[in-house]
Design a protein around this ligand. Structure first.
Ligand code: URA
Ligand code: SF4
Length: 202
């Protein structure tokens, strides 16, 4: 199971169920569960993160941890109702390595992103959002199917083959990691600006 002969899901609910048995890459082994995308099936905006974090892995829901809190606040400030957004990730299982008692996030590699595109592509087909906002380079490469540099393409509408529009911005975890408070405030404002631009497209 879990190979190229996987049945094509007809609904988001079916995808969310079948993904629990996915063996397309090795990441299922060390994770609690797969975290499928969540949100209204008719959402006009899809937001794609990198992969579930520690809290998402345990809860089975995307963006419920610290990065999710940053995203929530920024969405609210941009006038976007989180409940109206379909939230998902490029990779659906939490990749991590132990650091003491904690599980430290590890960036998924290109093979894992490519394997997991099977699921992201089905989510995009089933939701058909008008805009797909990718948070960070991993999400951007999963959405566009090529290598991306966020700084080079940030904030610009990029037409996709299915008629939707991709937009790239930074990942909220990047904002959390900025040590300098002034830089963090400035970058947070830029992030909210990107979300406002997206709000005007949907
Ligand atoms: N970071 C992500 O990219 N996705 C989540 O769901 C949580 C944190
Ligand atoms: Fe399947 Fe994606 Fe999990 Fe890999 S990370 S096992 S491709 S659901």
């Amino acid at each position: 199971a879990g190979q190229a002969d996987d049945a094509v899901p007809d609904t988001l609910a079916e995808a969310a169920s079948v993904i629990q048995g996915c063996r397309r890459c090795p990441l299922w082994r060390d994770a609690t569960q797969a975290v499928a995308g969540q949100g209204p099936p008719e959402a006009r905006l899809m937001i794609v993160g990198e992969q579930p974090g520690d809290q998402e892995d345990l809860a089975g829901r995307p963006f419920v941890g610290p990065a999710g809190n940053v995203l929530d606040q920024a969405l609210a400030q941009a006038g976007i109702d989180r409940a109206s957004v379909f939230l998902t990730n490029a990779v659906k299982h939490f990749k991590h390595e132990p650091q003491g008692k904690r599980r430290l996030h590890k960036t998924p590699n290109a093979g894992e992103v490519t394997a997991c595109r099977w699921w992201l592509d089905h989510e995009r087909r089933l939701v058909r959002p008008r805009v797909v906002l990718a948070l960070g380079a991993t999400a951007g490469s999963a959405v566009l199917g090529r290598k991306v540099t966020v700084t080079a393409e940030r904030g610009q509408p990029i037409p996709l083959a299915d008629g939707s529009i991709a937009v790239l911005t930074v990942h909220p975890a990047y904002l959390l990691r900025l040590p300098d408070e002034a830089a963090r405030i400035a970058e947070q404002a830029r992030f909210i600006e990107d979300l406002r631009r997206v709000a005007a497209m949907i």
